[in-house]
Design a protein around this ligand. Structure first.
Ligand code: HEM
Length: 213
């Protein structure tokens, strides 16, 4: 089915397509640099800080991989948020638009989750105390708060077990989800592109209607 659309919608759709390519690129950079970091990173309370320091100071290009992971990871959050707005402005209530839109929201939440889970990876004062404050907020959630806190910390206070759990959630569960969501997002935006008429077709349509009249 071919859907007719305004010039504004065409610009929004093209922007969404470009942003979905940027999102998948950043996600892949984050995933690959994350895997490289995991070679030397040690998710343990006594070793996390030292291992990240070693990656920066002693491993060849270690600083570059850390920087790339930081920029790509936070970049996905930034671009995915813009994408939600762009897609909303150029909204087109078709199946592919709904899939891309809902998918984009889940992707944004997943990447925010990735950033959140990395809070204590550095095992520094700021991350440690910030995480403790956030745990207090989680604990205050009615019905599930207590259990959620236990699942995240591994029982008692913030310890090696906590870093390990958050690292597992970050590096296996959420990163896999982010990659899958980025791929689905890209394909649904491309599908949307295929469904709507191109500017060239619009020009031809206008030409045809002028000739008819
Ligand atoms: C789509 C995939 C991924 C995304 C979007 C992502 C995102 C992030 C973000 C936003 C941070 C915080 C960086 C900062 O603000 O400094 C981070 C840190 C980190 N991530 Fe990932 N991550 C991904 C995959 C992975 C994977 C697969 C691993 C390991 C197997 C991993 C290991 C780490 C480590 C060790 C840190 C701490 C790095 C540091 O403090 O410099 N990440 N990640």
């Amino acid at each position: 089915m071919v859907i007719k659309e305004s010039r504004f919608n065409i610009v929004m759709r093209r922007t969404a397509t470009i942003l979905s390519v940027v999102i998948i690129t950043f996600s892949l950079i984050a995933a690959s640099t994350g895997i490289l970091l995991s070679i030397y990173y040690e998710p343990a309370s006594g070793r996390a800080y030292e291992s990240l320091k070693m990656i920066t100071d002693q491993i060849e290009y270690g600083w570059l991989f850390r920087k790339a992971h930081h920029l790509a990871g936070n970049g996905v959050i930034f671009i995915a948020l813009i994408q939600i707005v762009v897609m909303f402005l150029g909204r087109k209530f078709s199946k592919s638009w709904y899939i891309a839109w809902v998918n984009g929201i889940f992707l944004t939440l997943t990447v925010i989750g990735l950033s959140w889970t990395s809070m204590i990876f550095g095992w520094d004062q700021l991350g440690f105390w910030r995480f403790n404050i956030e745990l207090g907020t989680i604990e205050a959630i009615p019905l599930i708060g207590e259990q959620l806190r236990e699942i995240l910390t591994g029982g008692s206070g913030v310890s090696t077990l906590t870093v390990k759990r958050l690292y597992t959630i970050h590096s296996y569960i959420l990163s896999t989800a982010a990659i899958i969501l980025s791929i689905v997002h890209l394909f649904s935006v491309l599908w949307l592109e295929k469904q709507v008429s191109t500017p060239q077709e619009l020009i031809q349509d206008v030409g045809a209607s002028v000739a008819e009249s």
